[in-house]
Design a protein around this ligand. Structure first.
Ligand code: UDP
Ligand code: MN
Length: 279
């Protein structure tokens, strides 16, 4: 292709991805990611932001495990601190056009994600993620001013470098921690306050992102449509992803015993020739 054409095509190297994780998930959630969507070329673009170093995982991720000094709880300040580090490594250590944050219980259909992001201009401020079907707005006080802001929840959220430039004074190099402490909100809402409330940037919601926190049932999506979806996540509260319905003529690659989360079976449905998938 002539370079004028390839310039428009979003490539893997244009995407910088961070997975927020904790040492408690090293033997459960992380191996699933490394076995499925997060390997080979894709893995080169993914960093795991966590709370404890681990020699084996450093090896398995190609030294992409980023231990932070953040606390290791599910509490707001600790998660917020990790988000700040995720932002910093994207903003200061890469030149990618987009940053995507994922929770570690998420399957990502990278090809679809790239196609989708290509429809948005990275040179403009963009913040995008799942459509959880609510326009709930949060009221937050910051530096003596009251802001009403919408937010994107869910386990995938992407933003353009152009937006990152605007956010940097609030987020970069530890500034977020102070912002988190002042506002005391979970990090998805904080991002909403900053992006939508303070910076006045609108958010783009897409129903191609699927998440256990939306309470939506994945069984509503027909298997023939799975290939066009961007992401799926599973719930830690049920021992199977009940939303994923492999009925109607589609044989899951693995049964529930071997694949509690159903991520392996989703992966093999999308990539049947992968070596982890039964012949
Ligand atoms: N997480 C973390 N520390 C914790 C618990 C969770 O960093 O003590 C991360 C976890 O790895 C995941 C995200 O926070 O990427 C959301 O956690 P989880 O899916 O367990 O909870 P949810 O928010 O879905 O209820
Ligand atoms: Mn989760």
């Amino acid at each position: 292709l002539p370079s004028s054409q390839t310039d428009f095509k979003l490539q893997l190297k244009d995407l910088f991805m961070t997975v927020k994780t904790t040492h408690m998930n090293y033997e459960t959630r992380i191996p699933l990611l490394l076995k499925t969507w997060c390997k080979a070329k894709v893995q080169e673009q993914v960093y795991f932001v966590t709370d404890k170093d681990d020699e084996n995982l450093q090896k398995a991720t190609g030294n992409h495990l980023v231990p932070t000094k953040c606390g290791e709880t599910h509490g707001k300040p600790d998660l917020c601190c990790k988000t700040g580090v995720e932002f910093d490594i994207f903003y200061f250590k890469s030149t990618a056009k987009w940053w995507c944050h994922f929770d570690d219980d998420t399957y990502v259909n990278i090809d679809r994600l790239l196609e989708y992001l290509e429809t948005l201009n990275w040179k403009k401020p963009h913040y995008t993620g799942g459509d959880h079907g609510s326009d709930h707005r949060f009221k937050t006080k910051f530096l003596g001013r009251l802001y009403y802001a919408g937010y994107l929840t869910g386990s995938v959220r992407c933003l353009s470098r152009s937006l990152a430039h605007l956010m940097q004074p609030f987020l970069g190099q530890g500034a977020l921690v102070e912002f988190c402490e002042q506002t005391n909100k979970p990090d998805d809402i904080l991002m909403g306050v900053l992006i939508n409330g303070i910076l006045n940037v609108t958010m783009t919601r897409s129903n191609l992102f699927h998440d256990h926190t939306f309470g939506q049932s994945f069984s509503d999506i027909k298997p023939e449509e799975w290939k066009s979806q961007i992401s799926f996540s599973y719930s830690k509260y049920s021992n199977s992803n009940k939303g994923v319905n492999f009925g109607d003529g589609i044989e899951p690659a693995f049964d529930h015993r071997e694949d509690k989360t159903r991520l392996l079976s989703i992966h093999c449905h999308l990539h049947p020739t992968d070596k982890i998938c039964p012949k």
